[in-house]
Design a protein around this ligand. Structure first.
Ligand SMILES: [Cu+2]
Length: 164
């Protein structure tokens, strides 16, 4: 599964992985070693949860972009929205278990990152601006993941991944 992704991961993915040690300990007793594979999905109803979370986010029309047959789904970081290049696109995606989401920086809108709301598994590290920055996460379990960009959260730079 990962062989075709190695080419895109590069060093920045290693940085992201090393920084994810920060989430160790938030998983349950049975999944402490797999906390980076979706173990901390929230169990609240996805639709209502996502709509509330993204209520002030540009480009969200009420429905996630359905990508349930894709192995890898790309999300732009620094897409147009929220008064500048301060959006994720698609802002919400619906995927299947085992799918990898690849967040790809556009280089616009200053520095961005990808951080889970609450105890989720996403953490791309400190905000960076460079185009071609890439952060990936493979979602192994169903659930709803909400995330945001630290510098622009208050402006509405938030996103969601719904894993079916
Ligand atoms: Cu941002």
């Amino acid at each position: 599964m990962t062989s075709q992704l190695n080419r895109r991961s590069f060093a920045r993915h290693i940085v992201a992985v090393s920084s994810s040690g920060i989430i160790a300990g938030c998983g349950g007793s049975s999944n402490g070693s797999t906390a980076d594979s979706g173990g901390s999905a929230q169990s609240t109803p996805a639709g209502r949860n996502v709509s509330e979370y993204l209520s002030n986010s540009a480009n969200f029309d009420g429905d996630p972009t359905v990508k349930t047959s894709a192995d890898v789904v790309s999300v732009k970081v620094g897409a147009e929205g929220n008064g500048g290049a301060y959006a994720y696109a698609p802002v919400a995606v619906e995927i299947s278990t085992g799918t990898t989401v690849s967040w790809e920086w556009t280089g616009n809108g200053s520095t961005h990152n990808v951080v889970s709301e609450g105890d989720g598994p996403l953490d791309s590290g400190s905000p960076v601006a460079e185009a071609s920055t890439n952060y990936e996460h493979t979602f192994e379990e169903s659930g709803t993941h909400l995330y945001y960009c630290t510098p622009h959260k208050s402006m509405g730079m938030k996103g969601a991944v719904i894993v079916r």
